[in-house]
Design a protein. Sequence first.
Length: 219
Amino acid sequence: MKHRPVKGQIKLPDEPALIRGLVTIYIVGIVGHLVPIGLSVMLWLTPFVLLISGIMVLIPLRKTQPLTFWLWCGGVVAITFLVEVIGVTTGAVFGPYEYGSTLGPGIWGVPLLICWNWLFIILGAIGISQRIRHPVLFAMLVGTLVVLFDFTLEPVAIKLDYWEWHLANIAPQNYFAWFAIAFVAAIGYRGLKLVMDSRIPRSYFAIQLLFFLVLRLFL
């Protein structure tokens, strides 16, 4: 028996449609960033794109994940925000830096959307790595993928005023901090025995990575 749609019910897009949507958004973003006339518009749109893209990633997970998954997500956002506040205030976590205006409004010098995006970078790396059974090896791969993402991102982030370093070179501790944060988040994920059957988090990780790689090469 086929289920008739409830009158007035909004039908959300399925996972393949969401992935195609993300690919389209970031292709437009690449073109817009590389065409001088579009760059200012792309910078203004950046916070909205990050917010909407994250929501698109979460849509397929809304009915498949337990409460512990959402608590873990909230924990990642809260902990990365706290770490970022300490980092901006003291320079002791990532090295001395400050955020620019591109990522939108924030609290105590930290854009709120940076913690939102932390969640999806880590979630995507987990999606890629979750077939590894050994918890430490799993967490190490997650940390390594997140560091690879940051290494690709850094020159672009500086050019686009995501953030600015107070040193001539990026402090090596920045990469150790990224690894450590992702490692701890992955250990927590595995400790809660969470599993994702969705392709969209790892697809989003790959899409963002390719986006920043292209901009790093051509911007």
